[in-house]
Design a protein around this ligand. Sequence first.
Ligand SMILES: [Zn+2]
Length: 499
Amino acid sequence: MSPLLKKCLSTALLLSTAVLMKANAAAPQINMINDVSHKYTFFFAWKNPNSFGGKHGYVDWDNNQQFQQSQATISSVDLSQVNLYNLVIGAKYDLPYTPKDIKHLNRYIADGGGIFLINSEIVQESPNTRAFLKEYGVTIPEEKTEGNIISANGEQYEVADEVNTLVLDGKYQWDILATDESNNPVIASRKQGKGHVTISSFSPFKRIQTRGKNFPDSFKFPNYELVQPILQQTASGKTVAKRKDLASIPTDKVKDLGTFQIRYTDYSTHIVDAVLKDYDVIYPILEKYMGVPMAAGSGHSETFTIDLLATKGSGVSFGKRIGISMFNDNYFGILGHELTHSWVTPHGEPLSGEGIAIHVGSKTQALASKKIGYAKGITTGTEGLQKRIDIALKDPTFSQWDPVNMNGGEGVAFGKKVTHGKYLHILKHFEDSYGSDVVARYFQFKRKLVPTNNFTFTGNDSVWLWGKATGKDQFAYFNKIGIKADKSKVTIPAALGKS
Ligand SMILES: [Zn+2]
């Protein structure tokens, strides 16, 4: 370490202790934005109980701390009532930061706002991220360091893997908030105007899973004591009022296409056309496979929305709004999967919502790929399905999976992959035995016979519907494979002779 950094470190330890004491005494309101515009992560989302802001997460709900997630272009976010801007640096994808963004952030910092730049990846191959960090006086070299992290007050924290260290521009006076075991800075902060710039060379928001996923206290957040003073110090330059509206901030750019809209940011404009091209191919294929038009979803007046998320490989569906990862070879797989989640609404599929989405997503991915002559997409769609079925059949008698009688996720003896795979096996069996349009018939009957409102659609109801779709009562089949479906518990009016 350079002598300059050593000097910074000793000054810093004194400084941060002083700031920490002041912050604790005042318990000031902290209004955070969790910006995922450059790297989307569910962890920072609003309604996840096991997440950043969950009951036992990194945000102190009971002590005037609030946050909202933002997917929007930085320069479009209203920062007037914000004093902490957590920005995940998404180096892997190298999305740009515009001069407008930097101007917007700098004005906010000058007025007392704090930004917390959270690096989670190697920034070496990311010119945009490197340039952005340089604006704030930081370089992150490639070398990584092992061992514990030591906070400003001398506490040791274990970190997940190796972490990078920081090289800090000597023209600023830095306050070192954490170092590695060799005294290299890993989290540092400095004043800028009335506000603060804080940077961490790694994500300190570690969580450890301690119990099954469905328990509310199934995660521990071991770095809470490390993180809290950092949040408080970074936000300490600006006084804000408690907020009421904490809805997440969606992507700010909209392209309206009549029946639906696509939402994106300044950073993902170049991806929009590719998504639209694939959407046009897969939509009619999906409509045919599902046998019914896209469901109206829960909000009938809303336009159907596709959100582009700065991530790879995954997506999310909220009925009429889906989010899809923007970094893909093509968008058939992800559109097919997430659109299926929307298609089945207003009632989710009780036997396995994920299973049906994987099945239809993969099948339509293969069909769409065939249509445009994309060999890789055909193989991915087909082989992907078979692989999951093979895993599921490791419980060949299905004795340890019973989706009809599963309450609140308890009783899942195998991992998620197995339960999805088993439903995929059932769907394959139906298609092999009763024709490839059996899924279409199932959803036609579902639309026609399952009441839209004030009705709970159960696993037994779904088994009954499969009977309609296949033209043969399927309760015996489900029971034979270990799923205790019960015909006497079916509540669909048509099944009770009350249509
Ligand atoms: Zn899904």
